[in-house]
Design a protein around this ligand. Sequence first.
Ligand SMILES: *Cc1c(COP(=O)(O)O)cnc(C)c1O
Length: 476
Amino acid sequence: MKYYSTNGKAPVADLRKAVVKGLAEDRGLYMPEVINKLPQQFFTDMPKMKFQDIAFNVASAFFGDDVDLDSLQDLVYDTLQFPCPVVKVKESIYSLELFHGPTLAFKDVGARFMARLLQYFLRRGSSVCGDGSVCGDGSVCGDGSVCGDGSVCGCGTATKSKSVNVLVATSGDTGSAVANGFLGIDGIHVYVLYPKGKVSPIQECQFTTLGKNITAIEVDGVFDDCQALVKSAFMDKELNEHMMLTSANSINVARFLPQAFYYFNAVAQLIALGHQPSDIVICVPSGNFGNICAALFGHQMGMPVKRFIAANNANDIFFNYLQTGQYNPKPSKQTLANAMDVGDPSNFARIINLYSENGKLSPEETHKRITSLISGATYSDEQIRETMRQCYKETGYILDPHGACGYRALEEQLKPGEIGVFCETAHPAKFKEKVDDILGIDVAIPERLAAFMKGQKQSVPMTKAFADFKAYLLKQ
Ligand SMILES: *Cc1c(COP(=O)(O)O)cnc(C)c1O
């Protein structure tokens, strides 16, 4: 499979390069050239299949050309060591619980898959040049020299070490999922950049207490500053010659595509419960739009659902796009659902690219296609609180602030006969102080979360100036 850039000004890449580089040279996002439809037989069998087998079928369609199928199967099985169940909350509304992984949020799925895929490429002895082109046989490129397998080094510069450095900006949950997904993986070092004072104490301890190959960088700024530092680092020639850098943000194809696994599985579970696929509405609480983007790719592969809802907190950029056709990024606003505090969703470019057929359709036509499939919602912190209280009172189900946006959007927008499933993107205990306060309860902390809180915090303080971050990395 080849991957092209949404900006259309970078050469196409193979999977290896797309995973290692994260972002294309022209700052665009990688898109697979083909989205393979799954065969009808798969959809017939799906309701009786195990989660891992459903996921393996989906993974084969994306990655089967580039990873041998035995390894891919191991990779998928090893990633999915926990369930993603669909749980009934009330009549017609189900919760897709994506918090049963190690860090209790959906990002565990993508992060674990990406860590294992990167390790697969490293183990196969492939070295990667500064521009992301790869010697097939594992020899390191010199200046314009020919690799051992006959392919020519594309960049003309050697990377100094064979270890890979993952840079990841986080507003909370990405950092913990990536840090834990990569923890202890040989040859990979992870730098987690997070906004000082803007992630919850429980989130913070999940990436600042790990040690080993994980370094937490505490940036004096907001999430968008962290994201800007990471993006600048990838574009900096000197830095890329000094060390091999890669991203693990939701822009990385190895992180966002695997999220399609659990949507197929959710639809399979709903069909097994007797629901019609043509009634199913999937609602995704969204920030950078990686999660919903994976669902939309699933839909392109033939996943049978009726429509989608993207639920936002007060950061309403996508909501406004749906209403007006205009995309106006804004600085992010801090809200109760802080993992969705994004003012310029990075995967918006993928959604536009997908529905404009890589720019073939006009903005108006693209907007029309998008709004016929996806509707939006935006909620204030007060509405989130109200929804959490009302759902708890009515059903006993404890929503976290992100899931609450999804639940409310279904309550408001489901039509008669439709079956809604919203992503419960994180365990409520990850936001314990807020949830306890809002609901007046004492949410139990799962054992695997409590374990993180016993560790010692270690972090590197950083300003939001790129020069400072670069100077720090050049010393590593
Ligand atoms: C990351 C995250 C989101 C937003 O997901 P995107 O893929 O960025 O849209 C929502 N909820 C939680 C709990 C998250 O961690």
